[in-house]
Design a protein around this ligand. Structure first.
Ligand code: NAG
Ligand code: NAG
Ligand code: NAG
Ligand code: NAG
Length: 195
């Protein structure tokens, strides 16, 4: 009897080992708080995929700080949007506790940040045009801090009109970055001040 039960138990734990968390979305709301609540459980800090799903337009109206991650893939298959008004972003950047970037990784091993190869999806829209038009440079948000990661990959990411600094890899080792696109093209003739 035990001989039969044991393999089943092993199979079950094997199947449960990899977890996928689909980031939830609510129309018109900031999607960051629900993501942060899920990350705070620790359930997706190891052996997990954190998925921004294709077909969803996420509102990332406040910054996202990831916990230390091990064997985790963050996949951006939906579209992500910063707030489109400058003052809201400036307030978040100026607040104490701002993690330094709009998307902040804080460490770990074997972490992949991956976008989408679908031309219509996987874009992170920073709404930089309004900032460029206003020549606004106060409390500009840095984009992605891929910090303190050992063995990391940044691939297929697509940034649309980012406000300022795009990717940083401070304290990281053995990072492979490829096939990422940054479209910082002004459509009004204003200078896309982006560094
Ligand atoms: C986290 O995992 C625990 C068990 O491992 C489970 O009870 C709990 O509901 C999970 N929480 C979330 C938010 O998934
Ligand atoms: C993650 O998976 C590895 C095997 O790939 C295992 O050694 C480790 O214990 C797992 N960690 C967690 C928190 O499940
Ligand atoms: C590293 O993470 C990937 C997911 O991005 C996973 O498929 C792979 O098994 C991990 N490697 C190890 C050694 O756990
Ligand atoms: C995703 O965002 C990009 C950049 O803003 C946009 O060009 C594209 O049309 C969006 N995709 C969808 C399906 O709305």
């Amino acid at each position: 009897m035990l001989n039969r039960v044991l393999p089943l138990a092993l199979l079950t734990s094997y199947v449960l080992a990899w977890k996928t968390f689909v980031v939830p979305h609510t129309d018109g709301q900031d999607d960051t708080p629900a993501l942060l609540t899920a990350l705070a459980t620790g359930n997706y800090s190891a052996n997990a995929t954190i998925l921004f799903a294709k077909g969803t337009k996420y509102n990332i109206f406040t910054p996202v700080k990831f916990p230390v991650l091990n064997n985790v893939e963050v996949r951006i298959e939906g579209n992500l949007s910063y707030p489109d008004d400058i003052a809201t972003v400036q307030a978040a950047v100026g607040k104490s506790g701002f993690p330094g970037s709009w998307f902040a990784f804080t460490g770990g091993n074997n972490v992949t940040l991956r976008g989408s190869e679908d031309p219509e999806w996987g874009w992170v829209d920073g709404h930089g045009q309004a900032w460029w038009d206003a020549q606004q440079q106060t409390n500009r948000p840095h984009g992605w801090a891929f910090s303190k990661i050992t063995n990391g990959v940044i691939r297929d990411m697509k940034l649309w009109k980012p406000v300022a600094w795009n990717f940083a890899t401070s304290g990281s080792k053995n990072i492979h970055a490829f096939n990422n696109r940054i479209v910082a093209v002004s459509s009004t003739g204003s200078f896309p001040f982006n560094t």
